[in-house]
Structures are given as structure tokens and as C-alpha cells.
Design a binder for this molecule. Structure first.
Ligand SMILES: Nc1ncnc2c1ncn2[C@@H]1O[C@H](COP(=O)(O)OP(=O)(O)OP(=O)(O)O)[C@@H](O)[C@H]1O
Length: 249
């Protein structure tokens, strides 16, 4: 669905990312993982056209990029307009892209979308300030899927949330993948969050790809020393995962 082909971006003499290549296939969740400064945001900015790469290109296989590729951002407090109701926030794309012109039709669709992400229809007349961080990310997911995208780019969507609600939001995304067949690029700085969601992973280190592999390969048999150290840093409560963590050292 979406391919990064040799993306390189320099800021002056500093190379932020170098020769980044990967493909997000139809219906898969691909994790883009790396520590702060490893180049995740720069890669995403190149993918969505916010930054022009110095080399390389982005290819999108679906129709209408602006509708077909949607984003969920890290900060659920900054990404929702505080002056708009949930109905207006989630329904905006339906209006802008001419998907649902009547306001009654939009309200009905918004109600269904809210239920799809585990909120209540009656939430649509409330403002973002009255929701928790996790609920706000559900609203952001509803807004993104409203326009029936092919690709969802989730830029650290749970990093700002309490650990107790992170799994709930990750589960909503997994449901969207299963129900809608969405392709999801999930950006995260640790490997614990993406463990049960991603089919494949791309691990970034210092602006370069350290390792790419399926979830099974990466967690059971990480090859790059950097991936091993990232895995060793993952706090895991269950004994089987703890054994895996130890064997990764
Ligand atoms: N506009 C810019 N000018 C100069 N350097 C930049 C700019 N944007 C990013 N960088 C540098 O490029 C490198 C990669 O940054 P990037 O934001 O892509 O990393 P990241 O993995 O997304 O980190 P984080 O998780 O902290 O957001 C960093 O060293 C950063 O300081």
C-alpha cells in the first residue's frame, strides 16, 4: 500500500535518516520502532509529504492520498479541536470529502463510528475536554476511519497515555485492522507496545534500519545488537516473556 524507497533526509551536515526502505502491505500492521532521535518522525514526515526527502521516494498504491492515508497523532490533547463537538470532529472528513452531505446522515454515521471504537453514540455532543486521554485517542481513531482510508499512520498513539489504558487503545486498532482490513503503520519507541499488534517490524537506530523482520523473528531471535538491547529494556510481567527477554541478552 505504501512504500518508502531509499528515503534520506539531512539537516545541514546532519543526516537524520539514511536509505530507509520498507513496504506496508495491504491489511498488515507494520511497527516502526526506535528510540528517541532514531528518525521515526522524520520518516513519517517524508511519508506524508510534510518533509521533502533529499533522496528516495514514497509510493502509495491506493486512490486519493489525502483521503486514503489518515493519521492518529501522539498527543490526544493537542490533536482534537477543543471548540468542536465530537460529532463535528468525527464528521468533518465526511463533509470535506463529500462522503455524507446531510447533517442527519453524518450524525448517524458518527454514532456508528463511535460505537465501533468503544464509545457511546450519546458522546457525540460533548467536547474533547470532557474525555480522558484514552477516550480522546478513540475519538481520533474514529475521525481517521470515518473517511474509509486504506492506510492508518499511528504516530506514537499510546506513548502519552497511562500504561493501564495503552492496551485498550492498541486493541481498538487491532479490531480496526481485523474489521476493516486496514493497513497500519504503528510508530513506537518501545517494543512492548507493538508486541501483540504488529505483523512485522522495522527497527530504526541512528537514522538507519537496524533490522526488519516478522514479529516472531524479532521477538524470538533478534539479530541486531540494537534490537536485543531494545528488547532487554522491555519490562515484562509474565514468566514466558521474561525468559524470552533473558535469552535476548
Ligand atoms: N528540523 C530539524 N532540524 C535539525 N535536526 C532535526 C530536525 N528534525 C529532526 N532533527 C534531528 O533528526 C534526528 C531524528 O529526529 P526524529 O524526530 O525523526 O526522531 P524520532 O525517532 O522521531 O524521535 P522522537 O521519538 O523523540 O520523536 C534527531 O537527531 C533530531 O534532532
Amino acid at each position: 500500500m505504501l512504500t518508502a524507497d531509499g528515503l534520506t533526509k539531512r539537516y545541514g551536515r546532519f543526516t537524520a535518516i539514511e536509505d530507509i526502505s520498507f513496504t506496508l502491505h495491504a491489511g498488515e500492521v507494520l511497527g516502526l520502532v526506535g528510540e528517541s532521535g532514531s528518525g521515526k518522525s522524520t520518516t513519517v514526515r517524508c511519508l506524508v509529504g510534510l518533509t521533502k526527502p533529499d533522496a528516495g521516494q514514497v509510493r502509495y498504491a491506493g486512490p486519493k492520498f489525502r483521503r486514503g492515508v489518515q493519521m492518529v497523532f501522539q498527543d490526544p490533547y493537542a490533536s482534537l479541536n477543543p471548540r468542536m463537538t465530537v460529532a463535528e470532529i468525527v464528521g468533518e472528513g465526511l463533509l470535506v470529502h463529500g462522503i455524507e452531505k446531510s447533517s442527519a446522515g453524518r450524525r448517524s454515521r458518527v454514532g456508528g463510528l463511535l460505537e465501533q471504537v468503544g464509545l457511546d453514540k450519546s458522546d457525540m455532543d460533548r467536547y474533547p475536554r470532557s474525555f480522558s486521554g484514552g477516550q480522546r485517542q478513540r475519538i481520533a481513531i474514529a475521525r481517521a476511519i470515518a473517511v474509509e482510508p486504506k492506510v492508518l499512520i499511528c504516530d506514537e498513539p499510546v506513548s502519552a497515555l497511562d500504561v493501564s489504558v495503552q492496551a485498550q487503545v492498541v486493541n481498538v486498532l487491532r479490531d480496526m485492522k481485523l474489521e476493516l482490513g486496514l493497513s497500519i503503520l504503528f510508530i513506537a519507541h518501545d517494543l512492548a507496545v507493538v508486541r501483540y499488534l504488529c505483523d512485522r517490524l522495522v527497527v530504526l537506530d541512528g537514522g538507519r534500519i537496524a533490522e526488519t523482520g516478522t514479529r516472531e523473528q524479532i521477538y524470538a531471535n533478534p539479530r541486531a545488537p540494537y534490537t536485543k538491547s531494545l528488547l532487554a529494556a522491555v519490562p515484562v510481567p509474565d514468566p514466558a516473556a521474561e525468559r524470552l527477554r533473558r535469552s535476548a541478552r
